[in-house]
Design a protein around this ligand. Structure first.
Ligand code: AMP
Length: 370
């Protein structure tokens, strides 16, 4: 056997150098890969594990220099300007292809895309003025969720409107940007499908993760075998990935309602609700993203037992307190503490059959995180 034409690419550029870039690099070193990252933040934690160019995402000189250093480029941050990735794509291969970001960066286009592909999504209206907000609220009814079309994440840039009198105040807060009003979905669960599509169109799907948020930020993800909504989630995710000829890892977030799954949003990158795959799956989402973009065979997404991931927001518990738990795997991101900042996570991986939610409750109780 000899090295194939696509397998010789050994240097991967990553746009963004946060914890996702850091975990991509850590997954890539055993595969013989090298990395170079670009991020405007000189303290970005990916810089602790790979060379970091500190530059604005649209700094063409820095982008061109990165393109010369690497064999292909990926991104770990979905709000990179599309024009910057297209500039890179003229010089070096970029996966996922930048076009998907035109949709993923705009909640309105994203919802239009779901509708076009026959994927259920909350009823919505574009809102460009206070009058349009009034009209949209009258049409959709309350409660409803007002969101900025762009640049929202972790619950930022959105407000729940419960009564008529909330409208004017919400317009004061968010009215400077293009907005979308969505029906409020009263969901039984939030789940996400992390999936991978290779350059040859092959696709693999991880077991669904069941997610709990706190203050709009992911708190817990649980992955167990045999979720009854697995097949439906895979069907919807396959439609999106095929539509974009997608290459890499994608996460698709859904609400579970009585009618089935209702699409919330896609993330065209490795995702927080897939961190459990590092220890809880045969191949992690990070290794599989690299396999996909390099044109290598995708790895098995089989569960290894069952797994739950707990995010650490703001600050990390004491390391020794965590490491006393059997089956706990700690990932500290090398970031300084700050309110609302994701500074690390732990994955609790246990054999199938053990009561995972109960074990998780014991852990969160002990850490006073419930
Ligand atoms: P997002 O930034 O759109 O993922 O929203 C963050 C969180 O807000 C979601 O994970 C949900 O918990 C909640 N949320 C967002 N949109 C809706 C909606 N239309 N109905 C109910 N809850 C929502």
């Amino acid at each position: 056997m000899k090295g194939g034409d696509v397998t010789d690419a050994g240097r991967v550029g990553i746009i963004g150098a946060g914890q996702l870039g850091r975990m991509l690099a850590l997954a890539g070193y055993p595969l013989g890969l090298q990395f170079a990252m670009l991020d405007p933040n000189s303290a970005a934690c990916g810089g602790q594990v790979a060379p970091l160019t500190v530059a604005a995402f649209d700094d063409q000189e820095a982008l061109a220099a990165l393109a010369r250093q690497v064999d292909l480029v990926t991104f770990e941050f979905e709000n990179v300007p599309v024009a910057a990735l297209e500039f890179l794509a003229d010089r070096v291969e970029v996966f996922p292809r930048p076009a998907v970001l035109e949709t993923a960066q705009d909640r309105l286009r994203e919802k239009e895309c779901f509708a076009q592909l026959g994927i259920p999504t909350p009823a919505y209206r574009a809102v460009g003025s206070e009058g349009e907000l009034q009209a949209a609220a009258a049409k959709l009814g309350l409660p409803a969720v007002l969101k900025t079309r762009r640049l929202g994440y972790d619950g930022k840039g959105q407000l729940v409107l419960r009564r008529e009198s909330d409208l004017a105040a919400a317009w004061q807060v968010l009215g400077g940007a293009e907005l979308i009003l969505e029906s409020f979905v009263s969901f039984a669960r939030e789940v996400s499908q992390v999936a991978v599509r290779g350059r040859d169109g092959a696709m693999v799907f991880y077991p669904l993760a069941e997610n709990t948020h706190r203050d709009g930020i992911l708190h817990l993800s649980l992955a167990r075998a045999g979720d009854p909504l697995q097949t439906l989630a895979e069907d919807y995710t396959r439609r999106i990935m095929e539509h974009f000829s997608y290459v890499g890892v994608m996460a698709f977030e859904f609400f579970q309602t009585e009618a089935g799954l209702v699409a919330n949003e896609i993330a065209p990158r490795v995702h927080n609700s897939g961190h459990w795959t590092i220890e809880g799956a045969e191949t992690s989402q990070f290794a599989n993203h690299l396999r996909a973009i390099l044109g290598w065979p995708l790895g098995s997404t089989e569960l290894v037992g069952q797994a739950a991931m707990l995010n650490f927001i703001g600050e990390l518990p004491a390391t020794a307190d965590l490491l006393q738990y059997p089956g706990l795997h700690l990932h500290a991101y090398g970031k300084s503490a700050a309110p609302g900042r994701k500074v690390g996570h732990a994955t609790l991986r246990l054999p199938a059959g053990v009561d995972l939610p109960a074990a998780l409750r014991r852990l969160t109780d002990a850490l006073e995180m419930r």
